[in-house]
Design a protein around this ligand. Structure first.
Ligand code: HEM
Length: 444
């Protein structure tokens, strides 16, 4: 059977279990991260360099965000770009296990055990898994039949992941006393390439296709699909050069001003993307607002708050202690990214299950077999349950920002976040069970 609509190569879609193993694991890492946060208590926010906070940060950035994005890319590269990924049935489980073990090793190596060998082992697993993933994905994307803007964004995002890993490795080598630990310069660079390069460029590239398609809006303007990506990426490279120049040749003041100017420029570009998306959504032709729409709105709101916090602080360094300011900006950025990822999971998981069941049902019908009814997309995970999850997530994040000023809000905030991830896990496992049940019925 061949599906080909709206420029999608749906007949190239990989088996459902390839992206699903990543989607099923991501919320479990979320739960683990928030349990660790509850256990450590409010003192975890004393400093951005608290080992427990670095462990939690990577349970979320690698365990939840990167895990979901890798799963989504396994699904989207063949469908959006028509690119076949080399040996995906064999490599996806290997990459998945490597990413899980590498993330656990990195988190434990920082926090519970502080063992040197664990840090080395985690580096091997992370390089092995993510390195392989980047390599096979870039090959697939360069060979892709269609070379539209999303493909270019995906390529830049993967290169940014590689840069993030290299910078993370330098930091890890600093902790292992192999080289100097360049704080905060290298740490800031690492998280900027991670958030702006790897995460934001992918979100943007996928939005270019998914928002006009799912929300029936006009297409994004040319400046966003053509010129934006190279300008954004070159600014990130200039940031990298500024930091390395300053570390190598001094002239710290000059490079610090350049760094601030470039970061400001990148944040402004992100702001422009948000304005363009809101403008398109205002012109949308379909009235119904789904959960992805609301999660997207929430993400934009908090990114906007994060950007404002950053600019206010740049002009008033007394406003709040520097370290704490970075934590507040960090929470806003995380909150936005996790909201976006959450919304995407709620959109992609029911769509994939529905699509695969439809395909199986049609195959059975073509063989002349009688087939039972399969659930509609909105019956796979009910909207009202998603709203519960969104409300818990939102309240938890508000309280966590509040906890930066009133410590009392900490425990309730983290508890609500933990509950929201328990719900997300339950919804995704529930959807998977429904999929297995209906598949069995069709094949019976
Ligand atoms: C192989 C993968 C990675 C390794 C080895 C790694 C390593 C590290 C290390 C060693 C630190 C501590 C820095 C310090 O002590 O100053 C750190 C901090 C951090 N990393 Fe990673 N990292 C990796 C991937 C990522 C990714 C994909 C992201 C995504 C955005 C990320 C985001 C962060 C953040 C937000 C911090 C905290 C910075 C702060 O203290 O404010 N990391 N990383």
């Amino acid at each position: 059977m061949s599906f080909n609509s709206a420029g999608l190569s749906l007949d190239q879609a990989p088996p459902q279990n390839i992206p699903f193993r990543f989607f099923l694991t991501a919320p479990i890492f979320g739960m683990a991260g928030f349990i660790l946060m509850l256990w450590l208590g409010p003192s975890v926010f004393i400093s951005r360099y608290h080992p427990g906070l670095i462990a939690i940060t990577h349970m979320l950035t690698l365990g939840v965000i990167t895990m979901t994005m890798v799963g989504a890319l396994f699904q989207l590269m063949p469908v959006l770009a028509g690119s076949i990924i080399y040996q995906q049935k064999f490599l996806a489980p290997v990459i998945h296990i490597g990413l899980c073990l590498g993330t656990i090793g990195l988190a434990f190596g920082f926090f519970l055990f502080q063992e040197t060998w664990l840090k080395w082992v985690s580096l091997v697993f992370l390089w092995g898994s993510l390195g392989t993933f980047i390599f096979i994905s870039l090959i697939a994307l360069f060979k892709a039949k269609s070379q539209h803007s999303t493909v270019r964004y995906m390529r830049l995002s993967l290169v940014s992941l590689a840069v993030t890993i290299v910078l993370g490795t330098f930091l890890e080598l600093g902790h292992l006393n192999f080289m100097e630990l360049y704080r905060p310069a290298l740490t800031d660079l690492h998280l900027t390439w991670g958030f702006m390069g790897w995460i934001f460029l992918l979100i943007l590239g996928v939005s270019l296709q998914v928002i006009p398609m799912f929300q029936v809006t006009p297409r994004y303007p040319d400046w966003l699909t053509k010129r934006y990506a190279p300008v954004f990426f070159l600014s990130l490279c200039a940031l990298l050069l500024a930091v390395f120049n300053s570390l190598a040749f001094g002239r710290e003041e000059f490079f610090a001003s350049l760094y601030s100017a470039l970061t400001g420029f990148l944040l402004l570009l992100i702001f422009l993307f948000m304005v363009a998306t809101l403008w398109l959504q205002k012109k949308r032709k379909r009235g119904k607002r789904d959960i992805l729409y609301w999660y997207g709105r929430l993400a934009f709101l908090v990114w906007f708050l994060g950007i404002c916090t950053y600019f206010i602080d740049q002009n008033n360094s007394l406003w709040v202690h520097n370290d704490r300011r970075m934590i507040v900006v960090g929470i806003f950025m995380f909150w936005g990214v996790m909201a976006y990822i959450n919304g995407m999971i709620y959109k992609i998981v029911p769509f994939l299950i529905w699509f695969n069941l439809q395909a199986k049902q049609m195959d059975a019908m073509m063989k002349g077999l009688e087939t039972p009814k399969v659930p509609l997309m909105h019956e796979i995970i009910r909207q009202k349950y998603m709203w519960w999850q969104l409300s818990l997530f939102f309240s938890g994040c508000v309280l966590l920002v509040g906890a930066q000023f009133f410590t009392e809000a900490f425990y309730l905030g983290v508890l609500l976040l933990l509950l929201s991830y328990i719900l997300l896990t339950q919804h995704i496992f529930g959807a998977e069970r429904k999929s297995a049940y209906h598949t069995e019925n069709i094949l019976a």
